[in-house]
Design a protein around this ligand. Structure first.
Ligand code: B12
Ligand code: SF4
Length: 583
């Protein structure tokens, strides 16, 4: 069965819930009386139905019943999977009528969901390697829940190129009591659809939204009405608290410690500053209930100690489906203040790390269990702490681990010695968020990096033979002018000469929760659309005091073409993808 749920339906063991049946002489099938609804209801089963009924003794599985049918058909049977599917459909119907029972072995407490890709991308966009990555955030939440005895499944409608309605099938299969959905801004519309389908399937299921978009716009997500709870920031602790409160304690969500309420007028009551990216963002859950303001507000959010987290539950995924199989996280957060970046809102402006031991244990586990040899660090910034990078590289040698890896680096921190140590420890890919092409613009976006540092970092990486050096740029910053955009593109071309192997270009996209979103009016930025599916870096979704929509589009096309020309590639769709930003 092709999905990421690890469904084991053929192992269901249906058991008869009625003792009252007799052969129907007219049809050769069975007459079955059910007392499930107090009155005795009569059901007629045809010959095949009768055959299946007799096998439903609580010992035979759907699979073994299907095998008997295939045997009885003596070679003329349809494919095995089809018989299994039919038997499953049949026993489920009888179960609905109260004639059969079986253990809820596939039922879960929590189903975590990645919604389908935004419709702005074509269906086969999921085959783009950079986008095909296991949802580690959900895997962390899942492993924490599992450690506390909750049954969890993950369904990834992105990697399976599914549709929002496919969630209904997953719900039928897993009968979850809570469905947690993750969303970035462009996937939010699909997340909303998924939640609506869940509610249509059963209004009793609790829906929770988390991830970048929920964190940036918690109030409006809560007001959409499709989610019972919205999680702001990291989800491990709030999801556990929610599951404990709803499924184990008194069912009262208000006992969840990190819990925010939506007021009767639909406003987020506490904390009032949870929209500001520069202030610490409260971790918590919001309810769409018309609750009253909590008098003292939620307790201060506790950022989890990363080493206390169990390894992410990758086993709940069908890892073969992902291109970036070895995605891994060694740190969370970033103390820098870049005005376009949403990461501080989600995981904090502090830098928290896993110990080197934890990271290498995880890598060793992935090498042993799955045979992976390449690891993509999905940290916001891998090289922020000099000593940690050196410790990591040393430990790779000491433990004699033979693997290669890639990471996002801050240019300001990458010294030639660090680049050398990294290359020696297997680093083959580094990505720099360069973003702009002059010190004035870099200062304006609060990048805390200079043009000189970037040049040196690229040279350092190239000098030690790091194979892929990717430099990402953004145009359309609040203070960008025709001239500064030209500087940015020229700087990219210069970095290419200094050793960058790939240049990517994005249009400024003010994601909720970022400074450019929150302070957009002061900065002279005007949003042109709130169609969130357009928020994918290559669409003009805003204009600035200096650059209007049409001109931004022209500058972007021109910039992409210039970057592409350095790659010696044609201007096909895949080459465009090469040059447009992915993270
Ligand atoms: C690696 C990465 C990618 C990878 C892999 C993503 C993946 N499969 O997880 C790839 C390259 C595929 C990718 C793609 C994109 N990305 Co990206 N990505 C990141 C990055 C750098 C790290 C994500 C990560 O793994 N974090 C660590 C884990 C532990 O955290 P997490 O996933 O956020 O999950 C935690 C919480 O968010 C929360 N949570 C998440 N989901 C849920 C659900 C529930 C129910 C609950 C309770 C909690 C919860 O709990 C989790 C555990 O603590 C972040 C930056 C960042 N710090 O967030 C950007 C980031 C998430 N990406 C971003 C963007 C914009 C994109 C793209 C839209 C880019 C594009 N061109 O289209 C696409 C969208 C893809 C998609 N389908 O949504 C933005 C999102 C901003 C926004 N508001 O949407 C970010 C924040 C970057 C930024 N600097 O602004 N991305
Ligand atoms: S863009 Fe990079 S350096 Fe800037 S805040 Fe985000 S993660 Fe930190």
């Amino acid at each position: 069965m092709a999905n990421a749920l690890r469904v084991t339906f053929p192992s269901i063991r249906p058991k008869r819930a009625s003792d009252l049946w007799a052969t129907d002489r007219d049809t050769g099938g069975l007459k079955v009386l059910s007392d499930a609804r107090l009155a005795l209801d009569e059901f007629s089963l045809d010959e095949m139905g009768g055959f299946i009924w007799e096998q439903c003794d609580g010992k035979n599985t759907v699979r073994s019943i299907a095998a008997r049918i295939a045997e009885a058909c003596n070679g003329s049977a349809p494919r095995h999977e089809e018989i299994e599917k039919d038997v499953l459909g049949f026993v489920r119907e009888l179960r609905r009528d109260g004639l059969l029972r079986w253990d809820e072995e596939n039922a879960v407490d929590v189903l975590l969901v990645v919604p389908p890709f935004p419709t702005t991308y074509s269906a086969n966009a999921v085959e783009t390697p950079e986008y095909s990555s296991p949802p580690l955030g959900l895997c962390y939440i899942a492993s924490g829940l599992r450690d506390h005895g909750f049954r969890v499944a993950i369904t990834d409608l992105h990697v399976t190129a599914g549709q929002p309605e496919d969630i209904v099938r997953a719900c039928r299969q897993n009968r979850p009591r809570i469905v947690g959905i993750t969303a970035t801004t462009p996937t939010f519309p699909n997340a909303l659809q998924v939640a609506r389908f869940v509610k249509a399937w059963s209004d009793d299921v609790i829906t929770v939204l988390g991830g970048a978009h929920a964190t940036g716009l918690p109030g409006s997500c809560a007001r959409s009405g499709a989610f019972d709870f919205v999680c702001v920031g990291e989800g491990e602790q709030p999801m556990l608290e929610l599951a404990e409160a709803l499924l184990r304690n008194n069912g009262d969500a208000k006992s969840v410690p990190h819990f925010l309420l939506l007021s009767e007028t639909g406003e987020v009551v506490q904390p009032s500053d949870c929209h500001t990216a520069s202030a610490p963002v409260a971790l918590g859950l919001m309810s769409r209930d018309n609750g009253k303001a909590a008098s003292s507000g939620p307790p201060a959010p506790k950022r989890v100690n990363l080493d206390e987290l169990p390894l992410p539950a990758r086993d709940l995924l069908d890892l073969d489906r992902y291109y970036q199989k070895g995605a891994i996280i060694s740190s969370r957060g970033c103390p820098i203040d870049c005005n376009f970046c949403a990461c501080a809102a989600i995981v904090g402006r502090t830098y928290r790390v896993h110990s080197v031991k934890y990271v290498l244990d995880e890598i060793e586990h992935l090498m042993r269990t799955y045979g992976y040899r390449f690891f993509d660090f999905h940290d916001d910034t891998f090289n922020l702490q000099k000593h940690r990078v050196f410790d990591f590289c040393r430990a790779v040698h000491e433990r004699e681990l033979d693997f290669e890896w890639g990471c996002f680096c801050r240019a300001a921190q990458l010294t030639p010695e660090m680049a050398e140590a990294m290359a020696g420890a297997g680093c083959r890919v580094v990505q720099f968020g360069v973003e702009a092409g002059s010190d004035v613009m870099l200062k304006s976006i609060k990048k805390a990096t200079s043009v000189r540092q970037i040049e040196e970092a690229v040279q350092s990486a190239a000098g030690v033979g790091i194979q892929q050096i990717v430099c990402g740029f953004i145009i359309g910053h609040a203070d960008d002018t025709e001239e500064s955009v030209r500087d940015t593109i020229n700087f990219g071309l210069r970095l290419r000469e200094l050793g960058a192997t790939r240049l990517t270009l994005s249009l400024l996209t003010p994601y909720p929760g970022t400074e450019v979103y929150i302070r957009r009016k002061e900065l002279g930025i005007e949003l042109l659309t709130r169609d969130w599916e357009q928020y994918i870096f290559s669409r003009v979704v805003m204009e600035t005091k200096h650059l209007k929509r049409g001109r931004l589009r022209e500058l972007y096309v021109d910039g992409i073409c210039k970057f592409l020309s350095t790659l010696n590639q044609d201007k096909s769709a895949s080459a465009f993808r090469e040059a447009s930003h992915v993270v």
